[in-house]
Design a binder for this molecule. Sequence first.
Ligand code: MN
Length: 280
Amino acid sequence: VGQKILVVEDNELNLKLFCDLLRAHGFAAEPVRDGREAVGRARAFEPDLVVMDIQMPHISGLELIEQLKADPELRRVPIMAVTAYAAKGDEERIREAGAEGYVSKPISVVRFVEAVRALLAAPRPPEEEAPREEGEVVRVTRRFAAPAEQVFDTWLDAETVGEWLFRTPDGVLVRCAVDPVVGGRYEIVERRGEEEVLHTGTYEAIERPESLAFTLAVPLYADGEERVAIAIQPEDEGCTLTLTQTRAADAPVGAEQIAQGWSHLLDALAARLETPGDQP
Ligand code: MN
């Protein structure tokens, strides 16, 4: 079956002429005699193009073009208007209503088919973007006196990472498991009062010493999974770490609170690295 073309035309002879002509050129033509049915029929038929008569009883083609262009599902379907009179300004009004093409009656068969082909080949307007599900991005930067490699390694060291990562002042570390490979998981459980809080996720990138990325879920507090990316820039002395977290739309805490939390954790990491004899 060829491309589908919905033909809206109240005049029986013209309707048959357009449909026969389109079918003879390999298109699947669907006739609509009553303009009041046009929008519903277009939704059902899902045409690649609409041929639209302008002069019709009950509802004008101009009005229908506007309705089709206001419909989120149909607005990308090109419309070729066909009109009997071509008074000055008609074409302009038709294009303003949203029609991409225009031919005047009496139609030239060659010109009609050429116009149909040109409209079908023309690029479509972009689909409307789906609303972004991600919330804002939180970014925290901190300088370290320790070299990049050493800072990087602390994030993946199963022996020590649980002592600072996701720790709270009064929390007690219950369990820390790290599988430091791409696709591997980590689990850090801290007891906070009566609650055991699990922080878990999967490593998505491990490129020592510049780049580390992992997902982060805290099932006790939120359903979603967030994404943390760490970039470590080596410098002559020490390094600079930039942490970026995409905050989920349903995150239980605000961006400022997340940034503050990470700042405290990075302070704790720096303190660890600066304590002689207590380095990973
Ligand atoms: Mn008509």
